[in-house]
Design a protein around this ligand. Structure first.
Ligand code: HEC
Length: 186
């Protein structure tokens, strides 16, 4: 028992010396080993699942307005990393490691249970962000209703065409413009 303990202690000291020497390359261009990537993915999936499974999902079929609100938020804050229909990689999205998923290229989900757990996971991630990645926590600046609108929109993004995307974002831009005109009139 004593032997095992001292062996563990020596390994820990050796590991600290190696890491402290700076030999580990923390560059975003230096990819993880496949096994490390699998491990990180497992940690992320398990953590998001455990933290989001008890979240109550409101109705996401709240007519067109919810989608338009979500689309407007998405258009303003998310496309530089997650792109949008008709959009190529950006200077920012290219350099990310881990890469940000491209939602409109994801497969459409038909299974209701899968859809529900994805909605919970998306909500939790958008609100809290993901540590040690570029994914920010938007819950510090946005209320739950805005975040659910973004979730509803992202879930509808699979296979969305450029025209459909522009339609959803354009109408809110018109809406905002008419608000501005309204404000100027007063
Ligand atoms: C600066 C880049 C950046 C911005 C801006 C950004 N994200 Fe992300 N996002 C990421 C990265 C990188 C990941 C993947 C992290 C990982 O693999 O662990 C991610 C992951 C996610 C996920 C989890 C996807 C999944 O399948 O687990 C969701 C949902 C998400 N982002 C939504 C959003 C929304 C909504 C916005 C805008 C409000 C946004 N993101 C803005 C970089 C960004």
């Amino acid at each position: 028992m004593k032997k095992i303990l001292s062996l563990l202690l020596i390994s820990a000291i050796l590991a600290a010396i190696i890491i402290g020497s700076g030999v580990y390359n923390i560059a975003a261009t230096e990819k993880h080993w496949p096994i490390t990537e699998k491990l990180i993915e497992w940690v992320r999936i398990s953590s998001i699942h455990a933290h989001s499974e008890n979240i109550e999902v409101p109705s996401l079929e709240d007519g067109d307005d919810m989608l338009k609100i979500g689309a407007t938020h998405y258009h303003a804050m998310c496309t530089s990393c997650h792109l949008a229909p008709g959009m190529k990689s950006t200077e920012l999205s290219l350099g990310l490691y881990p890469q940000a998923p491209v939602f409109y290229q994801r497969e459409t989900i038909v299974d209701q249970a899968e859809m529900l757990s994805l909605a919970k996971a998306y909500f939790w991630v958008i609100k809290n962000g993901i540590k040690m990645t570029a994914m920010p926590a938007w819950g510090l600046s946005h209320d739950d209703a805005s975040i659910w609108a973004m979730v509803a929109f992202i879930l509808k993004m699979s296979g969305m065409t450029m025209e459909q995307y522009q339609e959803l974002t354009r109408s809110t831009q018109d809406h905002e413009t008419s608000h501005e005109h309204h404000d100027h009139a007063h």
